[in-house]
Write a protein of this length. Structure first.
Length: 457
């Protein structure tokens, strides 16, 4: 009887061990000897793509062209380049048929292909199933497929590049030739900052380990958990600023990683005088495709703005792109926000729409693809303010927060981004939402555009 008992115990133990090991099957890979204790924390640069025919005065001081930023970044690569992008379309145009506009995309594609010959490992995580470009790259790179359909019924919408676990790019530009020519993009490149890069690498490892899985494991290796969270942000040597990496949606946040929407709360709530927001889309709705489609109202982003404007007297400016995919309800939500300040003193909320010619083609010509928020003490980059993006699509956001307010310091990344926002806000392309007549007109035009594109599809 004792024997049987011991045998049963042993069996239980074995099963337990097997269970534990089967769930702890997510290991991050090697981190190149850089550890939390000896990673470095230097220097951040603003990069922008401004299409040639947009008339926006650019001051050299604040502006590094995006393509130059990408090339400088890839020049630094000695060991590894890790890329996450929702779109892969650098190379899909013939130079013959397309004018020089597509050339930057092809150059970047060639650079990526050539990394292997320089002994640099290229790793790509993507949720795209049938991208011809990724198939071409697969011969020169390791490509891991993340089945976002199975995991959240969303897409992998994060967009960032990590080079040698030291340098990072994060911003609105995708691996898309449009990003390097026709679309207006904004992002940051961070050089020599292995602390932040290591944290981004952990997000990447997380995606990497989801390769062809159809469930999200419940236990994670330390190698994918967050290094810096909301409450213990990374101290950067950037004039007393700190930085944090956030991810969404919630199910894709391993231990200690703070959700993207909390980043927005934190940044909005710590703003004292102003909040400038530039996004491609603003829509507090969640659209789920699961046994039919259901749309629900998703209040968090709307709520924080209302609170800041009405209760704390913070000045808010919202610059939204007006393009063929602008959801008609955007105007209603924007008008609703605007009307908050009616007959209130010390209340300022302005909304403008950025539009350039007819953007009703595939090229997204002149589309303001920016996604950021800048306040008197923080920068938050890279999320559209759309409920679905927070609820089902995977995204990554970066917050750079200054200890003191802007006016106490010299030229910082916040000032550069603020200058870029003010340039766009005052440009001829930013049109305010005036009176109901104009609004109706725009709305009708938009409806036509929508009908037009729907019939085209
Ligand atoms: C960081 O520390 C690890 C061991 O603690 C060491 O192997 C590595 O070379 C160090 N890296 C740098 C850049 O100093
Ligand atoms: C992704 O997961 C879904 C649902 O589990 C499955 O139907 C689909 O075939 C998977 N896609 C790929 C490319 O494996
Ligand atoms: C990064 O740091 C190294 C050594 O500190 C320096 O040589 C290099 O120029 C820096 N790179 C950039 C892009 O700032
Ligand atoms: C900046 O603020 C953080 C906490 O918000 C604090 O820990 C840190 O000491 C401050 N740094 C400087 C240089 O004031
Ligand atoms: C609102 O009032 C506060 C002081 O109560 C002031 O600092 C702030 O500038 C005012 N905001 C606006 C938008 O007038
Ligand atoms: C820090 O502030 C000084 C002036 O106060 C400025 O010259 C310098 O460029 C700033 N550094 C960074 C990295 O922003």
């Amino acid at each position: 009887q004792k024997c049987i008992a011991i045998f049963a115990l042993l069996c239980c133990f074995a099963v337990l061990v097997a269970l534990i090991f089967s769930s702890v099957d997510i290991w991050g890979d090697d981190e190149d000897g850089i550890t939390e204790d000896n990673c470095s924390r230097d220097c951040i640069v603003l990069v922008e793509n401004i299409p040639d025919d947009l008339f926006l005065p650019v001051t050299g001081r604040t502006h590094l062209p995006l393509s130059a930023g990408f090339h400088t970044l890839l020049d630094q690569a000695k060991h590894s380049v890790e890329v996450v992008s929702p779109v892969w379309d650098l190379n899909s145009w013939d130079l013959e048929t397309m004018p020089s506009t597509a050339k930057q995309g092809q150059l970047l594609f060639q650079r990526l292909l050539n990394l292997k010959s320089r002994g640099v490992k290229l790793k790509i995580a993507s949720s795209l199933t049938n991208s011809a470009e990724l198939k071409t790259l697969a011969a020169h790179a390791e490509v891991h497929f993340v089945n976002m359909t199975a995991l959240t019924r969303g897409g992998l919408h994060s967009s960032f590049i990590i080079v040698d676990r030291k340098h990072i790019y994060i911003g609105s530009a995708d691996m898309d030739w449009r990003s390097l020519s026709k679309r207006k993009e904004l992002g940051v490149v961070v050089y020599n900052c292995s602390c932040l890069a290591l944290d981004f690498h952990r997000v990447f490892s997380f995606y990497w380990q989801l390769h062809e899985r159809d469930y999200i494991p419940s236990i994670w290796s330390k190698r994918v958990t967050a290094l810096y969270g909301k409450n213990d942000a990374l101290e950067l040597q950037l004039n007393a600023s700190h930085a944090t990496v956030y991810t969404s949606p919630e199910v894709l946040c391993p231990k200690d990683r703070t959700r993207d929407v909390e980043a927005i709360y934190q940044v909005v709530q710590s703003a004292k005088t102003f909040i400038f927001i530039s996004v491609t889309d603003y829509l507090p709705l969640v659209n789920r495709r699961f046994r039919g489609t259901s749309v629900t109202y998703w209040s968090p982003i709307d709520e924080v703005i209302r609170e800041a404007v009405v209760l704390r007297g913070v000045r808010v400016r919202l610059l939204i792109s007006f393009w063929k995919k602008t959801h008609p309800l955007t105007f209603n939500f924007a008008t609703s926000l605007k009307s908050l300040c009616m007959q209130l003193h010390n209340c300022s909320l302005e909304v403008r729409f950025f539009s350039h010619r007819e953007q009703n083609d595939d090229i997204q010509h002149g589309l303001n693809h920016n996604k950021y928020m800048v306040t008197d003490n923080a920068l938050y980059i890279n999320h559209d303010w759309v409920g679905s993006d927070f609820a089902v699509n995977a995204g990554v956001g970066l917050v750079v927060q200054m200890n003191n307010s802007l006016k106490d310091r010299g030229a910082t990344i916040l000032e550069h981004v603020k200058a870029a926002f003010e340039r766009d806000w005052r440009s001829r392309y930013a049109k305010s939402l005036q009176g109901s007549k104009d609004h109706q007109g725009k709305y009708r035009n938009l409806q036509q555009v929508k009908i037009h594109t729907e019939t085209k599809e």
